[in-house]
Design a protein around this ligand. Sequence first.
Ligand SMILES: Cc1cc2nc3c(=O)[nH]c(=O)nc-3n(C[C@H](O)[C@H](O)[C@H](O)COP(=O)(O)O)c2cc1C
Length: 148
Amino acid sequence: MALVKIVYASLTGNTEEIADIVAEAFENEGLDVEINECTQVDAEDFLEADICVVGTYTYDEGALPDDIVDFYEDLKELDLTGKLYGVVGSGDTFYEMFCSCVDDFDRVFSQTGATKGAESVKVDLAAEEEDIVRLEAFASELASKITE
Ligand SMILES: Cc1cc2nc3c(=O)[nH]c(=O)nc-3n(C[C@H](O)[C@H](O)[C@H](O)COP(=O)(O)O)c2cc1C
């Protein structure tokens, strides 16, 4: 069965909740899912996955969260050709660089040779009902591409 690996960074819990919603949606699609906080895993672990997902918040004028910097740098070195990827995250529309770290991960994933399986989902703070719908659609689209 296809394996989804979800790695996230979260300081106040919004991105963790988003990652949990995505994980449950993948499980409902019948896929195996592993979900981990970014300091608990290595980027190389994505080599075992069929679908690679990152969830990240954005900090300080668009800065990467400190706790995901190492993971980000290691991801740059990987060859993930043949795998699907997607990125989700939380930010705050108050800031000009809204969810810019989601775009940073999108860029790095594309450099690894992985294929983007669904448009990124950016959530304003905590996920609300309409965000949950978008997150479920994100997982569903990625899952449909693995079973094609
Ligand atoms: C000091 C500070 C700077 C922030 N800078 C940004 C930013 O540049 N862009 C953005 O979209 N969100 C920014 N945020 C908002 C966080 O990304 C947002 O609160 C997010 O939901 C936190 O996710 P978490 O609950 O998973 O930690 C900032 C928050 C703080 C406290």
